[in-house]
Design a protein around this ligand. Sequence first.
Ligand code: FES
Length: 154
Amino acid sequence: MSLSISLTINRQSRTVTLDDPRVTLLDLLREHLYLTGTKKGCDRGQCGACTVLVDGRRINSCLSLAASLDGAEITTIEGLAVGEALHPVQAAFIACDGFQCGYCTPGQIMSAVGLIAEGRAGSDPERIRELMSGNLCRCGAYQGITEAVLEAQK
Ligand code: FES
């Protein structure tokens, strides 16, 4: 049984038909809408590579059923830059070398954007690490990531 839902994705209204009501938001984004900036790491809520914003809050899209999000506003990494202008968090990640291989970077950036929007990031690097702990970086670029979160708030 198919199901239609309406979403706003990166400021664009979309109506999508789900042939399988069990499809996750992550698979909807990547496999159906070809927004492949959002990455699949563990597919079980452990790595944060799939982080996107739903109604402004950061979530693991691999744990969220698309069918439960009718009417929601989704922001992915593709929706941050405006034209050629990078989002301040994207620019800060570049300025601070907040990545190495880059696979976790979209999730890290989306988590940082959500954290800063929550107003909880603050200026304590240890606290930022704790609040970003749902996003793993196998390369260990945590120092640059933390510096980028600090830089983006200036
Ligand atoms: Fe979703 Fe790892 S892919 S948390």
